[in-house]
Design a protein around this ligand. Structure first.
Ligand code: NDP
Length: 315
């Protein structure tokens, strides 16, 4: 507590994906007594995936939600104070920093680690939501493996969609790429690679009408937005790659961000433009976006925060 009765901590972690929990594990072991607020979706994006097979240490794979429960247990066992609550406002103008939780409780923190992640954008179809995790996915690298030798569809035409379509083309028989205009947004080199890949079939000027299937994806119905003709394509997987939205709104005006809202960090570190505020995981990474890279940057953030507090004589 400070002298006004406000709760004061050395290290406040905002977010509970792999980055947040890893930061909490490291910060706890360094005796920084971290307080972690989980946000609206405890466990983050991995709680909406099914099996995770590419996280080292789980030789038989693991369900995304179970893995995040493991992360949380480990953080708590190390001594982290993990609480449910959403950071709704920050004031980084003076130190200690002020962070308001659920619009009512104010926490003062000597260092802040932001690990609020990113959210995949969705088309907004009822069928897409209903079949999420049952053939609908927003991550080809996570889930493509389950569709080996099968036909899949992917919607989107940016660099992510291009990369994911190429990734899927190596695993799947046919990849149907659904593009809403008559050209792609992806960089020229990525477009060329996609167009030269024989098992990627382009569907230009096409909108997704519906993902078809009762318990799992069986087909996708697309509509040509010029001719209004609809076509049903049998597929087992439907991938959405229309971009991500970093969860950085409450930090706007305080932290430097790129045009899409990703927090800028000094390369090779998790330092933001405000000394004592660190960013890790997907909220500052639009390229790799993997659980293991997020966890790695959570570790970096805790180490950066520890050094910062040490240099200030707080820790
Ligand atoms: P982008 O915003 O670049 O692309 C989104 C794509 O989805 C666009 O083609 C857009 O179509 C399409 N789209 C959006 N909404 C809908 C919708 N409702 N229905 C159908 N299609 C839709 O996102 P990315 O995730 O691809 O990339 C984000 C940033 O990250 C970019 O700057 C990209 O270059 C970068 N990146 C770089 C990589 C690398 O360097 N290796 C890898 C991945 C990403 P339209 O074109 O019509 O707007």
């Amino acid at each position: 507590m400070d002298n006004k009765g406000l709760e004061r901590v050395q290290c406040l972690i905002i977010g509970s994906g792999p980055a947040g929990y890893t930061a909490a594990i490291y910060a706890s072991r360094a005796n920084m007594k971290p307080l972690l607020y989980q946000g609206i979706q405890p466990g983050g994006q991995l709680t909406i995936t099914t099996e995770v097979e590419n996280y080292p240490g789980y030789p038989d794979g693991v369900q995304g939600p179970d893995m995040m429960t493991d992360f949380e247990k480990q953080a708590v066992r190390m001594g982290a104070d993990v609480r449910f609550g959403l950071a709704t406002k920050v004031d980084f103008s003076v130190q200690p920093f002020s962070v308001v939780i659920d619009e009512e409780k104010e926490i003062l923190a000597d260092s802040v680690i932001i690990a609020t992640g990113a959210s995949a954008k969705w088309l907004g179809l009822e069928s897409e939501q209903r079949l999420n995790g049952h053939g609908v996915s927003a991550c080809a690298v996570c889930d493509g493996f389950f569709f080996r030798g099968k036909d899949v569809a992917i919607v989107g035409a940016g660099d992510t969609a291009a990369e994911e379509a190429l990734y899927l083309s190596k695993l799947c028989s046919t990849v149907h790429m659904i593009v809403r205009r008559e050209q792609m947004r992806a960089s020229k080199v990525m477009q060329d690679r996609v167009l030269k890949t024989p098992n990627i079939i382009m569907h230009w000027n096409s909108d997704t009408d519906e993902v078809i299937g009762d318990k799992k994806v069986e087909a996708v119905r697309i509509k040509n937005n010029k001719t209004l003709e609809t076509t049903e394509i049998p597929v087992s997987g439907f991938f959405v790659a229309i971009g991500h939205q970093p969860n950085s709104d409450i930090f706007k005006g305080w932290l430097e961000m790129d045009e899409a809202g990703y927090i800028k960090t000094i390369p090779g570190t998790t330092k933001t433009n405000i000394e004592g505020v660190f960013a890790s995981g997907d909220v500052q990474d639009k390229i790799y976006r993997q659980a293991v890279t997020a966890a790695g940057s959570g570790c970096m953030a805790a180490l950066d925060a520890e050094r910062y507090l040490g240099a200030k004589g707080i820790h």
